[in-house]
Ligand binder design. Structure first.
Ligand SMILES: [Zn+2]
Length: 225
């Protein structure tokens, strides 16, 4: 299959994920868009790096992309109409960070089976149920290759850093053999990975759990960056 360019709201999150992969950290990127599609904050995973911009985390297992984006928001404010776009399904830490940062909506590209069940946390009710961010993902339909790309980057990271977990002849290993890491940008890596991005739609409980009034969105419609 062939793929077009990375669609607007996903371009920056994936470029950040690519930057993280090339720096040795887990390839996850996150961008917070305001109601007009403006970039409010962005961050990436920096767990395997010594340095981060002021106010962000590095060199710790807590240095997740979503946390590093949300940590830039001023305290004590709510962010109605804001959406965090992240390349991989938010873990429990990042889901909680969304709640504490008063960001009401998160859209993710790839599912992460490790965190299966986190979407049921708001069922406990109370403040958690009331403040839990609406989750949207994984991407399906025409955006399905992006979901696969987000997951594939994580598999590439594992092939590089936890090779015992990745069997031979997987798409990640094929792409590494094809020189994936030489791609200068996520856009170039996406094009190189295109032959590995086909596959069936994922089955995922959140696809049906998402509020039916919210269509599967490619991003802020009008003023996408
Ligand atoms: Zn996380």
């Amino acid at each position: 299959m062939t793929v077009g360019p990375l669609p607007a709201p996903w371009h920056l999150p994936f470029e950040l994920a690519w930057e993280a992969l090339r720096a040795g950290s887990r390839p996850v990127g996150a961008v917070l868009y305001g109601p007009e599609g403006n970039v409010v904050a962005s961050g990436r995973n920096r767990s395997r790096e010594p340095d981060a911009p002021p106010g962000q985390l590095a060199g710790t297992d807590l240095a997740h992309a979503e946390v590093n984006a949300l940590a830039q928001l001023p305290a004590g404010r709510h962010h109605p109409g804001h959406r965090l776009y992240t390349t991989v399904e938010p873990c429990l830490l990042c889901s909680s960070a969304l709640m504490h940062a008063h960001v009401p909506h998160v859209v993710f590209a790839a599912p992460d089976e490790r965190w299966r069940g986190v979407e049921r946390v708001p069922e406990v009710g109370g403040a958690i149920g009331a403040r839990w961010a609406q989750r949207e993902g994984p991407l399906t339909g025409p955006l399905r290759p992006l979901a696969r790309f987000g997951g594939l980057l994580m598999e590439v990271w594992e092939a590089l850093h936890q090779p015992e977990r990745v069997p031979p002849h997987t798409p990640a290993r094929r792409l590494l053999d094809a020189g994936l890491l030489d791609a200068p940008t996520a856009e170039a890596a996406y094009a190189l990975a295109a032959p590995e991005l086909a596959g069936p739609e994922p089955t995922h409980p959140e696809s049906v759990r998402t509020d039916p009034t919210h269509r599967q969105s490619a991003g802020p419609e009008s003023a996408a960056p």
